[in-house]
Design a protein around this ligand. Structure first.
Ligand code: F0G
Length: 463
């Protein structure tokens, strides 16, 4: 018989929900996934992991690693998923329930030699979560949360989104036989992402507001209608997204890098990566914690300001504005979770300008990898962390690239044509981007014309 995602049944595999603020413990959350006592967020925890002998899933770290390797030989859907392969560290579905999977995870770890030089470090790698089935990291959390939605019998799932969550949710809902409702800010998401949710059959509403406005509407709606909320306040999303860090450690032979750098928007992803790191350390899967740092865009920097202006004691929402529309978020839901893991790992929080982000995106492209704008804040932020000597040149660094380069081709085309910042406050400084710009050449259909263009290019690059 094929193994399924519900094939582990031991006391250690039982998960519960715990409020991160007041510690309230529940087996099931209300529709809005907020603690009814204090209004804060829930996290999944595994009471059975706390034993007299320390933290354990009931298997040794070596046995877990071996089992996860063994599953790579299996063709069962739960084993070919790069999320459910690590199911000992995830909440369990009921016996007989299959996960909704598109074989998410299994994403590559790339070396970035040109970017390393540009950032001033000896060795730089990127884990490309944009290589997931819907081309963003969201799929790793959506497979878990959508599977729990179906298990609970919901016919409708919904999210507010800057584009990637909605694309992912729409795909997983369709695969799982559920209907999906998408709320997105009108005019502020890329066409690629919008088109995905249309093709996957979502009811797509473009609201005349920003992401934070969409969240407000949805939070009210789920209290009125039998709709399952799939934003990252849903702790089952966070559990799936944890596996990116587990898979990364496996790819590094369980030798953690010195630093991991992730972009920050609603801050679910950094919370998830950090939760995985802390759990892996507790379970003896890794010997030490890498420092997890989070980078925001200057125009959407409430978390950066919280840390640097209020010592993380409070978060004052901002009106967000950035061309990296994926992280155009002024009131991040998971900031307290993110703060906790940054403190636990000793990481840093930085912000980068629009120009720094745009340049970094082209540099990541020049390594033959590419990513969407929001992901590029990681490289731009790393440059700052190196200048501050928070990251030393000999230290190993992994950037988390969250979205595929084809998610936002309009940004890329405008960048290369030189009109990304036309008419903006950045226009006069945009000349720093020139060395990365490769505008398409429109030529007559003659060999001569193409040969001349090539010569011109070669002369320019040898100067
Ligand atoms: N990178 C990309 C490509 C994203 O789409 C997002 C968030 C982030 C980074 C930030 O991750 O929110 O977990 O801190 N996108 C969400 C969405 C908000 O609706 O697609 P975060």
């Amino acid at each position: 018989m094929n193994p399924t995602a519900s094939d582990i049944k031991s006391p250690a595999s039982v998960s519960r929900l715990r409020c991160i603020q007041c510690g309230n413990i529940r087996d099931r959350a209300d529709q809005d996934f907020r603690c009814p006592n204090c209004g804060d967020l829930f996290e999944v925890f595994y009471p059975g992991w706390q034993t007299d002998q320390g933290t354990s899933t009931g298997q040794t770290a070596d046995a877990l690693k071996e089992q996860w390797q063994d599953r790579k030989k299996s063709l069962a859907p739960a084993d070919t998923s790069g999320v459910w392969r690590f199911r000992e560290l995830l909440p369990q579905l009921k016996t007989g329930q299959e996960p909704i999977t598109l074989r998410e995870g299994n994403t590559p770890l790339y070396e970035l030699p040109r970017c390393a030089r540009s950032a001033g470090v000896d060795f730089l790698q990127a884990k490309h979560q944009g290589m997931n089935p819907t081309a963003s990291f969201k799929d790793t959390g959506m497979t878990t949360a959508a599977s729990f939605a179906r298990q609970e019998g919901f016919r409708w799932v919904a999210c507010a989104s800057t584009g990637n969550t909605s694309a992912s949710m729409a795909a997983y809902a369709a695969r799982g036989g559920m209907r999906s409702l998408v709320l997105i800010p009108e005019g502020k998401i890329s066409w690629g992402k919008l088109s995905q949710s249309l093709d996957y059959g979502a009811v797509t509403c473009q609201l005349r507001t920003d992401f934070d406005g969409c969240v407000r509407v949805l939070n009210e709606l789920v209290k009125r209608k039998p709709i399952y909320l799939l934003n990252s306040v849903n702790p089952y999303r966070i559990e799936g997204q944890k596996t990116a860090a587990i898979e990364l450690m496996e790819q590094l032979s369980w030798r953690p890098p010195d630093h991991i750098v992730a972009p920050g928007g609603n801050l679910g992803n950094s919370s998830a990566l950090g939760k995985a790191l802390v759990e892996m350390k507790e379970l003896g899967l890794i010997p030490r914690l890498p420092k997890l740092s989070v980078i925001q865009a200057e125009g959407a920097n409430p978390f950066f300001r919280s840390i640097h202006e209020h010592a993380g004691k409070k978060l004052v929402p901002v009106e967000a504005e950035t061309l990296a529309t994926a992280i155009r978020i002024g009131n991040p839901a998971s900031w307290k979770k993110a703060l906790r893991v940054i403190e636990a790992t000793g990481g840093s929080v930085e912000q980068v300008s629009e120009l720094e982000m745009a340049l970094a995106k082209a540099e990541i492209g020049s390594d033959g990898v590419g990513c969407e704008p929001a992901s590029a804040v990681t490289l731009a932020g790393l440059k700052k962390l190196v200048k501050q000597e928070f990251v030393r040149p000999h230290e190993s660094v992994v950037l988390i690239l969250t979205g595929h380069v084809l998610k936002d081709p309009e940004f890329t085309l405008k960048f290369h044509r030189g009109d990304l910042f036309a008419g903006t406050a950045y226009e006069k400084d945009a000349s720093v981007l020139a060395k990365q710009q490769r505008a398409p050449l429109v030529l007559d259909a003659s060999t001569e014309a193409v040969a001349k263009a090539l010569e011109k290019f070669e002369n320019a690059s040898t100067q």
